[in-house]
Design a binder for this molecule. Structure first.
Ligand SMILES: [Zn+2]
Length: 379
């Protein structure tokens, strides 16, 4: 069977399993059953409802692991899909189905690349592997973060990690992620004294206290960014306050803010400046909670970047843009241990949407590029 039909068949087999987070729906077992006979070792990390698995071949350095997820987001109304979301169908060179682009096509490409590489190079140097979770699209509390904790306890990590999240924008390989920004959530509740709008002397309006603070907060220039990282920024996600009555001022107002930060603005610095701004605006009666969802990370210029760019140039005749755009990825959990993390995957335009689709030629090309990257890194 040709490599293209192998990777497309596997993409369809995985897509037919309705693995909505955190349910893996047998995807990982299917992959293990393919790789075990080729001499791969399998280690399961089961956490609550989440299934994580590490599949490796060979030992020592250099080690290159692929990183992916088998879970998908819900389909939304099935009757709005051209093909049923978990019954993949083809139209005009595109494969449709929930998860084909994010990221079962890439996972299938990784599996086929590993199979081909190991068949051709059974005595390769170093270690190759595939780390999968069924908790990337959800809270991601029992997914790769838990595997990373366990590996860190053992002092074990890959030298290099290639993530298959859909990094491409318009054409396959036009963009490679060489890092990701961090994400920080703040919940601020400013407290005041509720009262009658006609008697301002008897109340303390928390909205009035917050307004000038908010204006200054959204105008802060946290840093300028650099060639790979856009400037850090914050967005207000929600403001809530008031009883619903027109003549009553609120007792408190709640603000949700999300920061997307680069390496020049670590979480501690943002927290300190945020609290400094509160003090500057005489806001002293407040509750404040922080959640750091991930710290920024950046891959080093060197072997993995060169292999990824080299494979794209060689097989697609294209020079990718290297950047750190998009949201967070599970790379944030692997990078802190010292692994070099780079991301190359299919076009992201339809992910999470009704009629998610991926070019069938792209999935096949992705498998060829992943295989070439293995060759460039290990041979
Ligand atoms: Zn994804």
């Amino acid at each position: 069977m040709s490599s293209k039909s192998r990777v497309l068949d596997l993409t369809c087999e995985l897509t037919a399993r309705p693995s909505v987070t955190p349910d893996d729906a047998g995807c990982q077992r299917l992959i293990c059953e393919r790789l075990l006979p080729l001499g791969f070792s399998v280690e399961w990390f089961l956490c609550g409802e989440v299934s994580n698995v590490l599949i490796t071949h060979g030992q020592g350095s250099p080690s290159l692991w692929f990183l992916g997820h088998t879970d998908v987001v819900p389909s939304g109304p099935e009757d709005m899909w051209t093909f049923l979301p978990f019954h993949p169908g083809e139209k005009e060179g595109e494969l449709y189905g929930r998860g084909v682009a994010d990221m079962k096509g890439a996972v299938a490409a990784m599996v086929v690349a590993l199979e081909t590489f190991v068949t051709q190079q059974p005595e390769h140097s170093g270690q190759i592997g595939l780390l999968l979770t069924s908790d990337e699209e959800g809270d991601a509390v029992d997914g790769i973060v838990r595997v990373a904790e366990e590996l860190q306890r053992r002092g074990h990590r890959p030298d290099y990690c290639l993530v298959g999240e859909p990094s491409s924008q318009e054409q396959l390989g036009d963009t490679v992620r060489v890092g990701r920004r961090g994400s920080i959530h703040a919940r601020l509740q400013v407290n005041g004294i509720q009262g009658h709008t006609a008697f301002p002397q008897n109340l303390d309006n928390p909205v009035h206290r917050m307004a000038p603070f908010l204006e200054e907060l959204v105008g802060v220039e946290w840093d300028e960014g650099d060639d790979e990282f856009p400037a850090s920024h914050c967005q207000i996600a929600s403001i809530k306050g008031g009883t619903g009555a027109r003549n009553v001022t609120p007792a408190n107002v709640e603000l949700l803010v999300n920061f997307r930060n680069g390496p020049e603005s670590p979480a501690d610095g943002i927290k300190t400046q945020f609290e400094f701004l509160l003090a500057e605006h005489d806001i002293t009666d407040y509750d404040l909670d922080w959640m750091v969802m991930g710290d920024p990370f950046r891959s080093q210029p060197g072997k993995l970047r060169e292999a990824v760019v080299g494979a794209i140039e060689e097989l697609l005749n294209r020079s990718p843009e290297l950047n750190t755009g998009g949201g967070t990825s599970d790379g944030r959990f692997i990078s802190p241990a010292g692994a070099d993390v780079v991301e190359l995957g299919p076009v992201s335009a339809s992910i999470h949407k009704i009629d998610e689709h991926v070019r069938m030629d792209d999935v096949a090309a992705l498998a060829a590029m992943y295989q070439r990257i293995l060759e460039l890194m290990l041979l």
